[in-house]
Design a protein around this ligand. Structure first.
Ligand code: PBG
Length: 344
């Protein structure tokens, strides 16, 4: 009698071919969506300091980059815009010649098969850096009104903001976006966008909702990249409180009721448990956004020689898929697609 049971797990780990055959989670380039930051100007390819390997692109250089992304087998990009100027409402967000509207057209014209997903929020476009309208700011008198309503500083008005989000969604659809992705955590944002899209003849355009988006410190490098930090206050009165997981299920349920086609959890690595719970509870495609801070901290440690970037990044991305994500938004999309090719 052997001193331990006959099942020897190591039998299936003995060489790489066997490990490959019994592997439970297999990443592929089809899992990824690559975020792109678009700016005005010409010939601009400017590296984002806190996100090495990621750039601000001007519209004229975008099609070439999009073609490269598509050639790697990555199905889609998510676009973020840096407007020419900001104001309290964020006019460029829904302007037909806005930076994103031009970018959508540039990509769809040259690389029609690459899915263009657009992030929809106000924070990159507003002078105050908030994700919606701030009481009083439209009239240049910030404090008086919201104080009189007893609202905290920087409180984002909910229903007034919905109208703008709906208008932005329609303007992105008009420009040719395949999927719109509301990211502001404003109550009712999915429903408002769904009705507006349907009314404008865009019932076929899907909504990827940032359904469970946490008020996370991991967004720091992104806010540098978009010059979009809130000028006062913070985002904790609309983004979710990090300790809450059950609440994420309520958020996701609401967004599905309102018409979301894909639901997203964000960030990814510190919220793998939430991804898993959403996956197990809902029968919808689940996306996860591996955010700027997740990328930056691994990148920085790798640059110091403290960890191996490729190994850690692939392990992190695999963990996000293993947790239940069908789609992963990641700044490693291009690198990871290349690494997967090398391994094949
Ligand atoms: C909002 C938005 C943010 C991110 C994606 N969409 C910033 C925020 O909520 O402050 C963060 C993405 C990242 O950190 O990679 N437009």
């Amino acid at each position: 009698m052997s001193p331990f049971p006959q099942y020897r797990p190591r039998r299936l780990r003995i060489n790489s071919t066997l490990r490959r055959m019994v592997r439970e989670t297999k990443l592929s380039a089809s899992d990824f969506v690559y975020p792109l930051f678009v700016c005005h100007g010409e010939g601009v390819k400017r590296e984002i300091p806190s996100m090495p390997g990621n750039f601000h692109w001007s519209i004229d250089l975008l099609a070439k980059e999009a073609a490269e992304i598509a050639a790697l087998g990555i199905p889609g990009v998510v676009l973020f815009g840096l407007p020419a100027s900001k104001d309290p409402v964020g006019q460029e967000n829904f302007a037909s010649q806005g930076v994103i509207q031009q970018a959508i057209r540039a990509v769809k014209e040259d690389v029609p098969d690459l899915l263009v997903i657009t992030d929809i929020c106000l924070c990159e476009y507003t002078s105050h850096g908030h994700c919606g309208l701030i009481k009083g700011q439209e009239w240049g008198d910030p404090d008086v009104l919201h104080q009189s309503l007893g609202l905290p500083e920087g409180y984002v008005l909910n229903d007034e903001t919905l109208e703008i989000l709906a208008e932005v969604a329609v303007s992105h659809a008009e420009a040719g976006a395949d999927i719109v992705a509301p990211s502001g955590m404003i109550d009712g944002m999915v429903g408002a966008m769904r009705s507006a899209l349907d009314a404008a003849g865009y019932a076929h355009i899907a909504i990827l909702s940032y359904a469970a988006k946490y008020a996370s410190s991991f967004y720091g490098p992104f806010r540098d990249a978009c010059q979009s930090p809130p000028q006062f206050g913070d985002r904790r009165s609309h983004q979710m409180d990090p300790p809450n997981a059950r609440e994420a299920l309520r958020e996701v349920a609401l967004d599905i009721e309102e018409g979301a086609d894909i639901v997203m959890v964000k960030p990814a690595l510190p919220y793998l448990d939430v991804i898993r719970r959403v996956r197990d509870t809902f029968d919808y495609p689940v996306a996860a956004y591996s955010v700027s801070g997740e990328y930056a901290m691994i990148k920085a440690a790798a640059q110091r020689g403290w960890i191996n970037e490729r190994g850690v990044a692939m392990e992190a991305l695999t963990s996000i898929k293993r947790a239940g994500a069908d789609v992963i938004l990641t700044y490693w999309a291009k690198d990871a697609a290349r690494w997967l090719r090398e391994d094949a």
